[in-house]
Write a protein that binds this ligand. Structure first.
Ligand code: ATP
Ligand code: MG
Length: 589
């Protein structure tokens, strides 16, 4: 028995600690309901949830919220969570989606053990239940077509009208329904409907369709069926069959609940408790599977796993970790009202995770060659570089320093503005982990005027970047050896949409007009330090001063290094600083 007073968070020892060692948080409202049921013994101490995707697209970050909630409850209360495919719509579903969904749930770190189910496994049972409703005079075959049915349904303010077929005899209904199943009728010519109440204020209760005729091949049942149950006639009964205790769904299903309850009552079967929560919305992000499919089909992105997509395969390819996504879901919590979460909350979650774990390396994205004139031409020095200042146990590595190095083009200005502390003619700057260098010359392309090379001298007394004489050097910049570094491609991503609410467009407009034309910047002449040779797909790094990057799991290979920028460094802080300091452009030192 549980003796914890009502309002206190649980201190039970089997509760896993929150991600990142955070203090125990307050219970969310779903956990409060579950704990109440555990106390009252409503389900004899059982907690059994399920995650029920429709295999008609790839999972996105919104699904992650539902996955973490459902599997998280099972973990927290020593219960079980099923994975169930709600596969009632053969025309939109595909095994490709089934496979990717399983893969993504596992990748997120959850396990359905031996409890993988498909609503299509219940087709026979659902059919039998439909006959049971017909026998009980609670369902009828209707010959209205789609347009007529809409017309008869009425509106939110006007009641509907009874279908002229509503009073068919049980025997006739049974005969017609069996012939529907036998394939005697054309698609759309007839439906099976529940006989409830055409005047109900809840439109879902106005004789909803239970079965439609659809001569389509199903990805699992093949051509065994030419009638398919509607989602509403499937979902609640599937939960019932699986003895789900808490059937958690998003808010828009609140007014379907009376219908699900009606089915369970009329059929006299086990009743789970449905609980609705608010779906996740994120700024600069679309979460509709239909629109995501359009982006893929119209090749506005490279695929479902394009690193700009909010899909779990996209986020994975972008460099997100499952830990960061779980910690994000934990942080946003679970509520009963709809809201929009700032996408920066997600970005901060991955920053925090990678800040702890990602090794630091030197990489130059837009290289500018620097010749250090007084450095011996054939000399190579191995400089000690810290792998992760957040994690001393990560140790140090050697980075080769040579007479010719590359620095970032942006780290040099011929005419530096006042607060620019990096390299400029006559200025001294620290090359991280190496030496202090002073710019002595600028070489330009005669025709274009573009800077092609810098000349510098170095101070041999400053090895490691130290200044034994104590002189102050404000700027520290990163670099790589021109001769010892490796070529790499880097893809720098920005939000896919330019507007916080991409779907908010004037009448006649379309979300596509908010696509960000510069959401992908391809940098093909980058140089990275030699320790990255053979870096494994999906390994993640902090490129010093630039952000977090991961090795692309699709395109990178031992002879072609390709990185995706996961997220920039401390974006929010830079912006806040920018706001405070007005026009000042130079944030990095
Ligand atoms: P559609 O409406 O296009 O069918 P869906 O988003 O409802 O898509 P499902 O595959 O049915 O997709 O979703 C599986 C589960 O994930 C459902 O329980 C659903 O409530 C939940 N889910 C979907 N989108 C979100 C979201 N944005 N936030 C939280 N949960 C979500
Ligand atoms: Mg759905």
């Amino acid at each position: 028995m549980h003796n914890t007073p009502e309002k206190q968070p649980p201190k039970s020892s089997d509760t896993p600690p929150a991600e990142g060692g955070e203090a125990e948080r307050r219970l969310n409202f779903v956990e409060e309901i579950v704990e109440g049921d555990l106390r009252s013994g409503k389900y004899a101490g059982r907690v059994h949830t399920r995650f029920p995707p429709e295999p008609n697209g790839y999972l996105h970050i919104g699904h992650a919220k539902s996955i973490c909630l459902n599997f998280g409850l099972a973990q927290r209360y020593n219960g079980k969570c099923n994975l169930r495919f709600d596969d009632t719509n053969p025309s939109k579903e595909d095994v490709e989606y089934v496979d990717s969904i399983m893969d993504s749930v596992r990748w997120l770190g959850f396990d359905w053990e031996d409890r993988l189910y498909y609503a299509s496994d219940y087709f026979q049972q659902l059919y039998d239940w439909a006959e049971q409703l017909i026998q009980a005079g609670k369902a009828y075959v209707c010959d209205l077509n789609g347009d007529q049915m809409r017309e008869y349904r009425g509106t939110l303010t006007a009641p509907g009208k009874n279908s002229p077929y509503r009073d068919r005899e049980v025997d006739e209904n049974l005969d017609l329904f069996r012939r529907m199943r036998a394939g005697e009728f054309a698609d759309g010519s007839r439906t099976l409907r529940a006989k409830i109440d055409m005047a109900s204020p809840n439109l879902n209760m106005r004789d909803p369709v239970l079965y439609r005729i659809l001569h389509a091949t199903h990805h699992r049942t093949g051509d065994a069926w030419c009638i398919y149950p509607m989602y509403d006639f499937t979902h609640g009964q599937s939960d019932s069959i699986e003895q789900i205790t808490h059937s958690i769904c998003t808010l828009e299903f609140e007014n379907h609940r009376p219908l699900y309850d009606w089915f369970l009552t009329e059929l006299g079967i086990y009743r789970p408790q449905q609980i609705e929560f608010a779906r996740l919305n994120l700024t600069y992000t679309l979460m509709s599977k239909r629109k995501l499919l359009e982006l893929v089909e119209e090749e506005r992105v490279s695929g479902w796993d394009d690193p700009r997509m909010p899909t779990l395969v996209g986020l994975r390819r972008r460099g997100y970790t499952p830990e960061a996504i779980r910690s994000f879901c934990e942080r946003i919590g679970v509520a009963k009202f709809n809201s929009v979460i700032d996408v920066q909350v997600l970005e901060n979650a991955i920053r925090e995770d990678l800040n702890r774990r990602a090794p630091r390396v030197l990489a130059v994205l837009k290289p500018l060659k620097v010749v250090i004139d007084n450095y011996p031409a054939d000399q190579v020095e191995e400089m000690d570089a810290v792998n992760n200042p957040e994690d001393p146990s990560a140790g140090t590595r050697k980075v080769p320093f040579t007479r010719e190095v590359y620095i970032e083009r942006d780290d040099f200005r011929e005419d530096p503005p006042k607060e620019f502390f990096r390299l400029a003619p006559g200025r001294e700057v620290r090359l991280r982990y190496a030496y202090l260098v002073t710019c002595t010359g600028v070489v330009k392309d005669e025709k274009t005027g573009e800077i092609t090379e810098l000349h510098c001298t170095y101070d041999p007394a400053t090895r490691g970047g130290n200044t034994p004489d104590g002189r102050k050097v404000k700027g520290t910049i990163h670099w790589v050896s021109a001769t010892k570094s490796l070529p790499a491609e880097v893809r720098v991503y920005d939000h896919l949409f330019t507007q916080p609410d991409p779907g908010d467009v004037p009448a006649g407009g379309d979300y596509r007009q908010n696509l960000n034309p510069t959401s992908l910047e391809l940098l093909q002449e980058c140089r990275v330090e030699p320790s990255l040779a053979g870096a494994a797909p999906e390994s993640r790094y902090q490129f010093e001063r630039q952000g977090y990057f991961c090795v692309d799991r699709v395109d990178s290979s031992p002879d072609r290094l390709v990185f995706n920028r996961t997220v920039s460094l401390k974006d929010t802080w830079a912006k806040i600083e920018k706001g405070q300091k007005g026009q000042k452009k130079d944030q990095k030192k």
